[in-house]
Design a protein. Structure first.
Length: 323
């Protein structure tokens, strides 16, 4: 296919404004959705109880709803099918205040009239624990972004760091906007998926930036747009093949992995698509928009090389006893 030819240079920067425009629309739309609709926090972060029930025959969801609504303590229950027509999940926003009574026994008594079933799982998280988990989750994301900023600043140059962080914020915001739009339950699995996306997106961006830095050092070209186009085009086959391989695996998990990892796979699926797009079209565009100077960068690199040679010369003289 033509897209995998490494000798062809594509004019990405010449068309960066439409790409940045599309990203801006998606980013703003995600922000609006997050502020208006919010995230659907699961019991890991909001606190509550999840009860997974499996019936011998098809679960009578309407009967279950009717029976639970008649009980004040279960009136706010949310019932949904889970994986198969025989299994349902009952979500309660609160926890049982009577710890001496097994909640599975209570559910057996309440739903006895709906048919034969077994309680397969009961997860209970208190609101205080959920709040602490939510706070630590946000802290983990913040620390990850700060460490990435420090790492990229040390390895490259501050404009590279700012561009990579902007690309990461772009990717994560759009992924979280999709979670809010489709009301995907946000739990610890989703947090793990978002942290995974941070590493995945950063890895692609670093590879592109590394090739740009190499192009600046080895080429006599003075136009940043040209060097960026060459660098992104040379890494295009690697980025595309890696993303497609990961994409097919995640699609398989999403389609056949079952309800329990549906949210995790969905988050990765959106993140891979957005992360690949931003690595090719957005991250380097941010670098250009930040007015990165090739002349200043080459001057700094030349100064570093000069100091290194002076240190090596002094070391050699010291070893020979002439200093």
């Amino acid at each position: 296919m033509e897209i995998f030819k490494t000798d062809r240079i594509y004019n990405f920067m010449g068309r960066r404004l439409p790409f940045l425009g599309l990203s801006s629309i998606l980013f703003i739309a995600s922000i609006v959705i997050l502020f208006t609709k919010g995230l659907n926090f699961g019991i890991d972060f909001a606190g509550g109880t999840i009860i997974q029930v499996k019936y011998e025959k098809q679960a009578p969801i309407s009967d279950i709803r009717t029976v639970l609504k008649a009980k004040p303590e279960y009136a706010n229950a949310i019932i949904s099918e889970f994986g198969s027509k025989e299994e349902v999940v009952i979500r309660l926003s609160g926890t049982s205040s009577d710890l001496s009574t097994d909640i599975s026994d209570k559910i057996h008594n309440v739903l006895a009239s709906t048919g034969n079933f077994e309680v397969r799982r009961v997860d209970i998280v208190g609101p205080k624990v959920g709040g602490e988990l939510r706070e630590k989750g946000v802290m983990a994301l913040g620390l990850a972004i700060i460490i990435i900023l420090i790492y990229v600043s040390f390895r490259f140059e501050w404009r590279f760091a700012i561009a990579s962080i902007l690309a990461l914020i772009h990717d994560i915001t759009i992924a979280m906007g999709a979670l809010s739009l489709f009301s995907i339950e946000v739990n610890l699995d989703i947090l793990a998926a978002i942290l995974t996306l941070l590493g995945y997106s950063l890895n692609d961006t670093i590879i592109v930036f590394d090739r740009i830095r190499e192009g600046i050092q080895t080429s006599k070209e003075t136009l940043l747009d040209t060097i960026v186009n060459e660098s992104v085009s040379k890494t295009l086959s690697r980025t595309t093949l890696t993303s497609l391989t990961t994409f097919f695996v995640v699609v398989t998990l999403f389609a056949f992995g079952g309800e329990i990892i549906h949210g995790f796979a969905f988050t990765l699926l959106v993140g891979i698509i957005v992360g690949t797009y931003s690595s090719i079209f957005i991250a380097a565009s941010f670098l250009v928009q930040l007015k990165f100077s090739i002349t200043d960068f080459r001057s700094k690199e030349a100064e570093k090389l000069k100091r290194q040679k002076e240190k090596e010369k002094i070391r050699a003289m010291y070893e020979k006893g002439t200093v």
